[in-house]
Design a protein around this ligand. Structure first.
Ligand code: AP5
Length: 227
């Protein structure tokens, strides 16, 4: 097994409920700092599309807005971290989501004498999340994210990044499933805020601000965390 992440390379975690802006901000941080964004949601959706055993097991769970088993998610993450592009550091978006996953990550990183630079909690109001999620769509070609109200492409229906025109909406982005995802977040993921606070690696940002304002605050946190 190769080292997951080169010793000394940055490891950043974005915590937050569905729709908090983890993916939006992680992609911006990737561009700014050149650190790979790694979303377990994206990895699981790719597994569903590819029809792998993990994808088949995960599909119904994701559509119900519940968490996929720790065993499946940890295995997928472990495989992805072994890819060469992760050696220079990673921004984890949507992982860990349970205490078992957080402990597995600690163990994985310790194999390469690595540790987490910062776990950044995006703080938002639940009520706003339904609006954010129900208006969300992404470019099917490059994955750039958009929103009906808050982030539209310069030309309607055409991706700013790659000129793609195949815009997609996620199967789990409906009001009913968002409710289940928020319940799962508060029951299983929110306790990680105390977990990382206890380790001295927790940072928080007000994620009710504009996308640009949050990005500015995050850049400052990340600059300090990886210095
Ligand atoms: P995942 O894909 O991780 O979804 P999520 O956590 O529910 O988060 P989202 O992707 O919905 O939201 P986000 O915070 O990235 O927000 P975004 O930037 O898109 O997980 C999906 C499922 O996979 C889970 O339910 C679970 O089943 C499974 N899964 C994944 N990881 C797992 C794990 N570790 N363990 C177990 N199961 C796992 O923003 C949302 C919208 O708002 C966008 O349209 C954006 O343009 C807009 N927006 C963003 N910021 C702002 C802002 N500041 N103001 C206004 N609009 C904004």
């Amino acid at each position: 097994m190769k080292d997951a992440v080169t010793t000394g390379a940055p490891v950043l975690i974005l915590l937050g409920p569905p729709g908090a802006g983890k993916g939006t901000q992680a992609r911006m941080l990737e561009e700014t700092f050149g650190i790979v964004q790694l979303s377990t949601g994206d990895l699981l959706r790719a597994a569903v599309t590819a029809g792998t055993d993990a994808g088949k097991a995960a599909q119904a769970v994701m559509e119900a807005g519940e968490l996929v088993s720790d065993e499946i998610v940890i295995a997928i993450l472990r495989d992805r971290l072994a890819d060469g592009d992760c050696a220079q550091g990673v921004i984890l978006d949507g992982f860990p989501r349970t205490t078992v996953q957080a402990e597995a990550l600690d163990a994985l990183l310790s194999e390469s004498q690595q540790q987490i630079n910062a776990a950044i909690s995006l703080e938002v109001d639940d009520a706003a999340m339904v609006t954010r999620i129900s208006g969300r769509y992404t470019c099917g070609a490059c994955g750039e994210g958009y929103h009906d109200e808050f982030k539209q492409p310069l030309q309607a229906g055409v991706c700013d990044k790659c000129d793609g025109t195949d815009m997609k909406r996620r199967a789990d982005d409906n009001a009913e499933t968002v409710g289940s995802r928020l319940v799962a977040y508060h029951a299983q993921t929110a306790p990680l805020i105390a977990y990382y606070d206890g380790k001295g690696s927790l940072k928080t940002v007000d994620a009710m601000l504009s996308i640009e304002a949050i990005a500015g605050n995050l850049n400052a946190i990340v600059e300090e965390a990886i210095a």
